[in-house]
Design a protein around this ligand. Sequence first.
Ligand SMILES: [Zn+2]
Ligand SMILES: [Zn+2]
Length: 176
Amino acid sequence: MFIEIENLRSEPLHVHHVFPVGEIRFIHEDAALNEPVETDFILTHKDRDLYLDGTVQTAIRFRCSRCDKEFFRTFSTSFDLSYLPQPKWTNENAEIELKYEDMGVGYYDGVTFDVGLMVLEQIELAMPMNFICREDCKGLCYKCGADLNEKACQCVKEESDYRLSVLVDFKKKMDK
Ligand SMILES: [Zn+2]
Ligand SMILES: [Zn+2]
């Protein structure tokens, strides 16, 4: 979805748009957009400077980095952004760019605003750092591959027996 800046009127524009699955080019090794992406925002502008205030919602399918199972999360994020026409590149405005980075300022070509790209950036910004199906996911046994959420495997037991026996040996030596 694109907005032509020259068609904007002076009053705020209410945009509600649903991107069908696959339309947002979201590329991630262990996550995929699972449902249409819905965005709702108010666009105001001053000449070619744009101000957007709204939300993005969808659902994401993740692969748990511990147990390797897929899980789904609904996802919603709100944003309050400014988009300015891309300045010409000089050393001077390289500094401006850095300063604006924290303030939710982005750039566009000053002619056509790409709503899909903005939505994609908002999803990527709000993605969790780790994909974990639940806080206490025990993951897979690194030896036999058993899902430790479902059952404890023998490997863990043997290992702790081993550790325990080392301790016992140590204690025996100390006692001597
Ligand atoms: Zn997990
Ligand atoms: Zn095991």
